[in-house]
Design a protein around this ligand. Structure first.
Ligand code: GRF
Length: 228
């Protein structure tokens, strides 16, 4: 059982998927993890309410006007206070600093993997940054999707753990495509966390390996059959 620290700035549907998977509820199967604390930089963020309703410690650390390094020192202190093993960014709208990544860098049990994950609503390296779904539509892609990756010092540039692809349908708008991707996010993120909790992920260079995967497809976590 690993202890998760979830950082969120928004509504927290990915947090909810993680909370549900920890409890063995919802579409993702149970994971060997517990959310130890939810931290947000945005007053009134929906994620804080979701944490409180789940009986999980929820803490607001306003970031407005606070210098990045100093802010991250406070974040690290709270995460360590709650004994967090893995930090999950879930709709967190800030870059984390080098000091933060150092505090949650690899440890012997993480097989070279950093201990900070993020989920991005795009098939990286395509469409990093904000509005990935809108970027994909404007580019005219036929496949969009989401990526769970370890966080490095860049913006959405860390080593990729898993991806899921969804088709872009004729007439799709940002809302309909985002909803289709979000459903995959809610399945993919808990899965990636579980692989970390099981100690099955290792990192060499920028390549993540999933030990015991039946075949490369398993690691790629193809779209569900009905979406192929
Ligand atoms: C999600 O698409 C996530 O990939 C992105 O922010 C969106 C909202 O996430 N980072 P949530 O509903 O707040 O979890």
């Amino acid at each position: 059982m690993i202890r998760l620290g979830v950082l969120a700035s928004g509504g927290g549907t990915n947090l909810q998927a993680i909370l549900d998977a920890c409890a063995g509820r919802g579409p993702a199967s149970r994971i060997d993890a517990a959310v130890a604390v939810v931290l947000s930089n945005v007053p009134g963020a929906g994620a804080l309410g979701r944490a409180e309703r789940a009986g999980v410690p929820a803490e607001l650390l306003p970031s407005k006007g606070v210098e990045r390094e100093a802010y991250d020192v406070a974040l690290v202190e709270r995460l360590r206070h709650h004994g967090v093993d893995l930090v999950c960014l879930a709709g967190y709208m800030r870059l984390v600093s080098a000091g933060f990544l150092e505090a949650f860098g690899p440890v012997p049990s993480s097989h070279g993997c950093p201990r900070v994950m993020n989920i991005h609503p795009g098939l990286l390296p395509s469409f990093p940054g904000l509005h990935a779904q809108r970027q994909a539509l404007q580019y005219g892609v036929r496949l969009a999707g989401c990526t769970v990756h370890f966080v490095d010092a860049g913006c959405d540039t860390g080593p990729i753990i898993a991806q899921a692809a969804v088709p872009v349908h004729p007439g799709d708008g940002e809302e309909s495509l985002s909803a289709r991707i979000l459903a995959e996010e809610h399945r993919l993120y808990p899965q990636a966390i579980q692989w970390f909790a099981q100690g099955r992920l290792s990192l060499a260079g920028r390549i993540v390996t999933l030990r015991g995967a039946r075949d490369p497809e398993t690691a790629a976590l193809r779209s569900p059959p009905h979406e192929r």
